[in-house]
Design a protein around this ligand. Structure first.
Ligand code: DC
Length: 229
């Protein structure tokens, strides 16, 4: 009996690390919905789509095909935009990080992606992370986790990730981008980031990856046994 696991929360707080670990352990599929918003953003940047022009947006969306594929060499899941691997670019391109919150506030974009996400999860057995998974995409998910952490801890983690990928940036820049995204994500009109009423909060400011994984597995086991599954 497979279930749906929804993981939402602020930017750079380790949602995808946790989601990937859970999916691998449970033999579930994993969907990084942030990567889908980043892919649309990259397409809009490359094709100079005016985000204040609804017709241009509708038109552009018709030409966007997003897929996830496993890299056979690294076993890592990668994001593809119209058959091109864009995994690296959507993570390090500062223009993507700078505009993705504005693009993801557009209702047409959300409708387009939410429909695909619901389709991907229709047979359950999925761990999906994002901002609106427990509230909008899968309001009936059996397990909902809302992840948060101190902004300075998150900025430090993100800085290390970017530095490892060869990006030159500063702690202040990373923190400012993160706080700006959090603000836009939680104040937009359509599907703002908020904790679903039945979600459990995970503050991982002082937890290691193993500790947060064990916490989540415990929660999942509890939910499954209380549902008699
Ligand atoms: O998780 P991330 O940082 O890769 O997400 C990038 C942006 O996409 C983030 O600023 C908010 C948006 N997003 C969203 O609005 N809804 C989702 N389900 C996932 C991401």
């Amino acid at each position: 009996m497979k279930i749906t696991i929804a993981i939402d929360g602020y930017s750079s707080c380790g949602k995808s690390t946790l989601a990937k670990q859970l999916a691998a352990t449970l033999g579930y599929s994993y969907v990084d919905t942030g990567a889908m918003y980043r892919a649309v953003t990259l397409y809009f940047i490359r094709n100079q789509v005016d985000i204040f022009h609804p017709e241009q947006i509708e038109q552009a969306l018709q030409h966007i095909n997003i897929a996830f594929k496993i890299n056979e060499l690294t076993s890592a899941q990668e994001t593809f935009l119209n058959d091109e691997c864009i995994e690296q670019e959507i993570r390090v391109n500062p223009r993507v990080a700078g505009t993705v919150s504005d693009v993801s506030a557009i209702s047409e974009v959300r409708r387009f992606l939410v429909k695909q996400q619901q389709q991907m999860g229709k047979n359950k057995g999925i761990v999906m992370d994002g901002r609106d998974i427990g509230t909008v995409v899968f309001p009936d998910a059996e397990v909902k986790i809302f992840v948060t952490a101190d902004p300075t801890v998150r900025a430090q983690r993100r800085l290390e990730e970017l530095t490892d990928k060869g990006q030159q940036t500063t702690f202040e820049e990373v923190l400012a981008n993160l706080e700006k995204r959090d603000y836009i994500d939680s104040h937009r009109q359509d599907s703002p980031l908020k904790k679903a009423e039945d979600a459990t909060v995970l503050d991982n400011s002082h937890l290691s990856k193993d500790e947060q994984f064990n916490w989540a597995m415990h929660l999942i086991e509890q939910k499954l046994s209380s549902a008699g599954m």
